[in-house]
Write a protein that binds this ligand. Structure first.
Ligand SMILES: [Zn+2]
Length: 273
């Protein structure tokens, strides 16, 4: 009889303990999840109540922030107002462009972000950051064959409206931020140069070109020139290599070719060091 009376009490205690453990597990999981998503660095992005960012979903802003923080050294160095400017502009550019895989398949937002971030980096000091004629970015998984160049290439810019990237090589460009080799910056510098979409950039370009050509002549006599040889191919490669070096080896450029460094600062209206 006694046994019969005590067994329901054991059941009740068991149920209470079970419920307690479930509730505890729920709070532990919730706390763990929120601590991995809400990085303190990005809190400003969610608390922003005014300005263009209010139109972007908070989760989307956080996504951009996470990708840029992980891959883009330039973004990591920016202060908070400039990070806000970077993401606002980046989102607008991504909305403005079309992204396709090599066989026309959809491209995810992380890849689109990494393709477009170099445009925002180069144009941070300019008023304009949207292309007029380039509206498509085609992403290949790795190097691909270019009929026009009859060779395997890492990327390219058509004279019309398409920019091409090998994603593997785009990532390699981001992986070492100080070797002056960055495929994204290189190809986007070509596209910006071909389009001249910013009025002030176009106006200042002839002065930059004059200085850059004089500096390249001087470099022929230097033992360890700051620009790699490829810059000597033609005017387009000169600009693209200068952009890569300006952002990835700014201090070295300032030291070895101060005239060229100042010309880059004037042209892009920004000063990395
Ligand atoms: Zn090139």
């Amino acid at each position: 009889m006694n046994n019969y009376q005590t067994s329901p009490d054991y059941n009740t205690i068991g149920i209470v303990i079970f419920i307690f453990l479930v509730v505890l597990a729920y709070y532990i999981i919730r706390r763990f999840r929120s601590s991995t998503v809400a990085d303190p660095q990005s809190l400003w992005l969610n608390s922003e109540k005014s300005g263009a960012l209010k139109d972007i979903d908070a989760k989307l802003i956080d996504f951009y922030h996470q990708v840029l923080t992980k891959y883009v050294a330039y973004y990591r160095e920016l202060d908070q107002p400039k990070r806000k400017k970077f993401i606002t502009r980046l989102h607008e550019l991504i909305e403005h462009m079309e992204f396709l895989g090599e066989q026309g398949q959809e491209i995810n937002l992380k890849v689109s972000t990494l393709c477009c971030a170099p445009v925002i980096q180069i144009t941070m000091g300019l008023d304009t950051y949207l292309f007029n004629s380039y509206h498509t970015i085609v992403v290949y998984p790795r190097r691909f064959f270019s009929e026009k160049q009859a060779a395997y290439v890492k990327g390219g810019v058509s004279r019309g409206d398409v920019i091409f990237f090998s994603f593997e090589d785009l990532l390699k460009g981001y992986a070492i931020p100080n070797d002056a080799l960055n495929l994204g910056l290189h190809e986007m510098a070509h596209a910006i140069h071909i389009e001249y979409f910013d009025e002030a950039f176009e106006r200042r370009f002839p002065q930059w070109e004059k200085t850059a050509e004089q500096e390249v002549v001087k470099m022929r006599y230097q033992q360890d020139p700051v620009l790699r040889n490829y810059a000597g191919q033609n005017k387009h490669e000169l600009f693209a290599v200068c952009v890569e070096t300006f952002f990835e080896q700014a201090a070295e450029m300032k030291l070895k070719a101060p005239g060229l460094y100042e010309a880059m600062c004037d042209l892009l209206n920004q000063r990395p060091v």
